[in-house]
Write a protein that binds this ligand. Structure first.
Ligand SMILES: [Zn+2]
Length: 326
């Protein structure tokens, strides 16, 4: 622990740079002050205070993007949000660090500018804060001081109650809304913003996984760790890239292996939800039930019947399956 990096130090760090505050946040002033970094910091503080970030590992998640977009819409009227900019550029402020994914270490060392949300998600496992700053954020009073430093320094004309805004979980609200309506089929023009796409995709996958109680519909595998991470994916039956269909009944919860196999049409599903396995697979599974032995079994279905896989989605998948077998 570095004793000099105390609350006062981070109060200066989060304030604008000036002749009397050389430590201040490096912020682009082209065409007015860009509020990217203050809004990213507020998003992180909100998620720490709401228990959505519980360790000093901050991936560019759908939840973080949803929080950033919510705060942005309240705090910045003119500019368009781009979370990739502060997520990358804050590495120059000294308290924000990158943990690259395996294989991308050299890219980070070479300071390649990784600034779009999708490239950040491909290459960065998570960002993390100085340990001292992380510890400070665990203390509600000190967290509140830093929140007000950010609001007072960067959004002085904004009068809304930030504490109240913090209570709104934008990602959970989107999920609730999609759950109530059964999901959504998108128009291509709704998918032009990369950030919105990541949030949408994250919400769909979370809903599908929850609907299936974190269980693989094919093999029944269910593993959760202490952080709530699990082994299944919320996958699409009709692929999103072709149909933009995020309705819950176009979803299926599958473990990594069976997601891969389903997307390659190694198995498909009948209208009575029984499994059909391709007959051209060579498989050795001495320690597990082989895929071919699952043929004729019923998949594991969600508790609520309205979320059972839709028959036209299953039919599409079976037709592709037959086409590939022919
Ligand atoms: Zn499985």
């Amino acid at each position: 622990m570095n004793k000099d990096k105390d609350l006062d130090y981070y109060v200066k760090k989060f304030s604008p740079k000036s002749s009397s505050n050389k430590l201040g946040l490096n912020v682009s002033r082209n065409g007015g002050v860009a509020p990217n970094k203050p809004i990213l910091l507020l998003s992180i503080i909100e998620m720490v205070s709401q228990g959505q970030i519980i360790q000093n590992q901050i991936p560019l998640s759908a939840e973080l993007i949803a929080t950033f977009l919510k705060l942005w819409s309240h705090l910045e009227a003119v500019r368009k949000p781009d979370i990739g900019l502060p997520f990358y550029h804050m590495t120059s402020d000294g308290f924000w660090h990158y943990q690259p994914k395996p294989g991308f270490e050299r890219l980070i060392q070479a300071k390649v500018k990784i600034r779009t949300p999708s490239t950040i998600r491909q290459t960065i496992k998570y960002a993390y804060l100085d340990n001292n700053l992380w510890e400070i954020l665990q203390n509600p009073q000190e967290r509140s001081i830093l929140t007000h430093v950010l609001i007072d320094s960067w959004f002085r004309k904004k009068t809304q109650d930030i504490e109240q805004l913090f209570q709104v979980n934008a990602f959970a609200e989107l999920q609730d809304q999609l759950q109530r309506t059964g999901g959504k089929v998108y128009q291509p023009e709704e998918l032009e913003d990369e950030q919105a796409v990541i949030v949408r995709d994250g919400a769909f996958r979370t809903i599908v996984i929850t609907t299936y109680n974190h269980t693989c519909a094919f093999c029944g595998l269910q593993i959760l760790d202490a952080n709530g991470q699990n082994i299944v994916d919320g996958s699409h039956i009709k692929p999103f890239s072709q149909f933009y269909d995020d309705r819950i009944d176009n979803g299926l919860s599958l473990c990594k292996n069976h997601h891969w196999a389903f997307d390659r049409f190694w198995f498909t599903i009948n209208d009575d939800y029984t499994i059909i396995v391709a007959d051209n697979l060579r498989e050795e599974s001495p320690n597990a039930k082989p895929m071919r032995d699952m043929a004729g079994d019923r998949i594991i279905l969600p508790a609520q019947e309205q979320y059972y896989p839709r028959l036209d989605s299953l039919q599409w998948h079976r037709e592709e399956f037959s086409r590939r077998a022919a």
